[in-house]
Design a binder for this molecule. Structure first.
Ligand code: F6P
Length: 325
């Protein structure tokens, strides 16, 4: 019987984490379980930053980006000593189960900890990268995509006024999901992602087509982890080749992790939170909640960590079709 649940946000923050914390805290309270907030992820668990929460502690946060519990990437939690300290702190607070809100690094920590100390854990996928196997969407992806899209729409105004080729870097060290989403929605002529190598030749050909079709400005979306090299080098090469155009670079960076969560992210976060607490109550552990075809689902964390999330290559093809005429 679970009496106290600990909740933490870990890894990179994502918009909607607050809505999820609110959901976990209030659902726990509804079931006579006392929720505890752990600040700064696993690092805070080791440093004993554990505070009792109630429905009012999560008031007025559903609309806020970031995370009221703060995030961290903890090196110490990767060590046995760190995890032992974390366990001792949990036991001292009488916490019987954990809800971990974060990306795959956070889930790895959760599963190791749960196996080592037999603590029930449940994962909630939250990352702007949308690169977690076992869920169609992660918390934060929709908002980050809309933030980036809004920025590109603005860049388009100035790009077109000056006949420029704009290279815009989108977050995603390992994944091109965000760049793909934003690339198609913004009408980018080229989208460069880590999963598929874009040859210089392809960039030149796409731009030649675009120019021959009478376009006066061009948008190239480049995922942070693309394998074709530095965005500045690519932009320089393009400028040398297309001498009538100036090439400019805009790195959107962490702005994509900020701002008020979208309606979709708030709803997803709220649903995940309720579902996660209910799963813990019914005795499930070492699983991650997710969504598949708009339905809530559960996956063993081990399966999630061994699986590989696939990008939707169709988005790339649709983008090519729509921008090549
Ligand atoms: O995983 C989310 C993410 O925003 C990636 O897209 C990005 O590569 C990385 O985190 C940046 O991490 P940090 O905030 O630690 O620089």
């Amino acid at each position: 019987m679970i009496k106290k649940i600990g909740v933490l946000t870990s890894g990179g923050d994502a918009q909607g984490m607050n809505a999820c914390i609110r959901s976990v805290v209030r659902t726990s309270w509804q079931h006579n379980i006392v929720p505890y907030g752990i600040e700064r992820g696993y690092e805070g668990l080791i440093n004993n930053l554990i505070t009792k929460m109630d429905p009012r502690s999560v008031g007025n946060i559903v609309q806020l980006g970031g995370t009221m519990l703060k995030c961290a990437r903890s090196k110490r939690f990767r060590t046995k000593e760190g995890r032992k300290q974390a366990y001792d702190n949990l036991m001292a607070a009488g916490i019987d189960a954990l809800v971990i809100i974060g990306g795959d690094g956070s889930l790895t920590g959760a599963t190791i900890f749960s196996q080592e100390y037999n603590i029930p854990v449940i994962g909630i996928p939250a990352t702007i990268d949308n690169d977690i196997y076992g869920t169609d969407f992660t918390i934060g992806f929709d908002t980050a995509a809309n933030v980036a899209l809004d920025a590109i729409d603005k860049i388009r105004d100035t790009a077109d006024s000056h006949n420029r080729i704009f290279f815009i870097e989108i977050m995603g060290r390992e994944s091109g999901a965000l760049a793909l989403q934003v690339g198609l929605a913004s009408g980018a002529e080229i989208v460069m992602i880590p999963e598929i190598l874009t040859q210089e030749k392809e960039i030149f050909e796409a731009l030649e087509t675009s120019i021959n079709n009478g376009k006066t400005s061009h948008i190239i979306v480049v995922a942070e982890g693309n394998k074709s090299g530095s965005i500045y080098e690519i932009a320089n090469k393009v400028e040398e080749r297309f001498i009538d155009f100036e090439a400019k670079v805009a790195i959107l960076g962490h702005i994509q992790r900020g701002g008020s969560p979208s309606c979709y992210d708030r709803i997803l976060a709220s649903e995940f939170g309720v579902y996660a607490v209910k799963q813990l109550i019914s005795g499930n552990s070492n699983v991650m909640v997710g969504t598949k075809n708009r339905k809530l689902i559960l996956q063993p964390i081990e399966k999630v960590l061994n699986g590989k999330s696939e990008i939707d290559k169709n988005l790339l093809d649709i983008g090519k079709v729509l921008t090549s005429i």
